[in-house]
Ligand binder design. Structure first.
Ligand SMILES: [Mn+2]
Length: 376
């Protein structure tokens, strides 16, 4: 009897202990989830504090003191004037110093980490100046929306390729933001706005192929950043440099609650070197209407043993501009599933198009193009 009792007792206290352990584990998990939420919401940090932090560094001090993180929310928010978006006045004076004696041969390669980053930056979406006003504001640009730093030799030559149609206001907002955002990163860049002529179904992927082809005709770019016109980066540590592996950049978008919708996503904003782009034969030309083309690229990357890389979600943050939903392409799944068979014959090597206009404007290179429906 006694033995039985004690065995029962032991059994009971064991279940009781397991129960306690389970409850403890659940609380731990809730705690961890809460901490990770705090990290995603880090944008409220003051920009000055994050200046020296780079995307691959851990902000250890921040990790250590959770209270610091919380106190950020209690402080009054930063005034907009503190986040000056135009540091270029200062650079023009150093430019004179450099080119005063007529030689640029003493220029050194730019530092790996651009020295004048702000961290979180202001994203202005209303009261955007007209194109003419912006041309004055950004008079340091060269024709074609080209920029290169003049204190050093840029490490990256980047073509920003933007598919476009009927979004004049978005375009102005985009240009206004990007030409203040990118020069601080000391990249040698150009912005290519590739506009589809006519009112037929939009073909984003083919416009990206056209942009890549035209960009390479104009300059020795090392990589492309394929960029939707309605996405604006919110943190300048999100470097628009050439990636080692293809980089998906629009990781955390406000409209998606700053969370990655799915793992293989490659749409929105993404960077590839010219080599990687050639390796996968560019984008498919078969996706007419909304959707599918970015997932097809994702499949192409996997097929050619390339990997999608990403910056952390607290840095790769974007604001999406509001617009009406486009009509989805009902055939997109059909082409998506048969993509593997087409990779070598449908893409950059089969691209045909009629350029209607190619105009190097001050703020961007405008490529107006008539897209034919290609058959294989
Ligand atoms: Mn959009």
């Amino acid at each position: 009897m006694l033995e039985n009792d004690s065995a029962e007792m032991g059994g009971n206290s064991r279940t009781y202990l397991t129960l306690k352990a389970l409850i403890a584990i659940i609380f731990c998990l809730i705690g961890l989830q809460y901490l990770s939420l705090l990290q995603v919401n880090e944008k409220q940090r003051r920009p000055g504090e994050s200046r020296a932090l780079f995307y691959f560094e851990r902000d250890d001090q921040k990790q250590n003191s959770l209270l610091d993180d919380i106190s950020e929310f209690l402080k009054p928010s930063v005034s907009l004037s503190e986040l000056d978006i135009l540091p270029l006045k200062a650079t023009t004076t150093t430019e004179k110093k450099f080119f005063g004696n007529g030689t640029s041969s003493e220029l050194k390669v730019c530092p790996m980490i651009p020295p004048n980053l702000h961290g979180a930056v202001k994203v202005q979406t209303d009261n955007i100046p007209s194109m003419e006003e912006m041309e004055k504001t950004y008079s340091f640009l060269e024709d074609g929306g080209r920029f290169k730093p003049n204190q050093c030799i840029a490490r990256h030559r980047v073509a920003i390729i933007v598919p476009f149609r009927d979004r004049e206001e978005h375009l102005r907002t985009f240009l206004f933001h990007m030409h203040s955002f990118l020069p601080r990163q000391q990249v040698d860049y150009g912005i290519f706005i590739v506009e589809q002529d006519g009112a037929g179904a939009f073909n984003r992927a083919m416009l990206l192929n056209v942009g890549a082809a035209e960009a390479l005709k104009s300059y020795d770019f090392q990589c492309f950043i394929f960029h939707d016109v309605d996405l604006l980066p919110e943190d300048d540590r999100n470097l628009y440099t050439c990636p080692v592996q293809p980089r998906h950049m629009s990781v955390a978008i406000n409209n998606f609650l700053y969370r990655l919708p799915y793992d293989d996503i490659f749409g929105g904003v993404s960077a590839m070197t010219v080599d990687q782009f050639r390796q996968v034969n560019g984008f498919s030309n078969m996706f007419w209407g909304w959707g599918g083309e970015d997932d097809d690229m994702s499949n192409r990357l996997r097929q050619k043993k390339l990997y999608i890389s990403r910056y952390p979600a607290n840095i790769a943050r974007y604001r999406m501009l509001k617009h009406n939903k486009d009509k989805a392409n009902p055939d997109r799944f059909k082409y998506l599933y048969s993509g593997a068979k087409r990779i070598d014959k449908d893409g950059y090597n089969s691209l045909k198009y009629k350029p209607v206009k190619i105009v190097p404007k001050r703020l961007f290179t405008w490529i107006l193009v008539d897209l034919p429906h290609l058959t294989l």
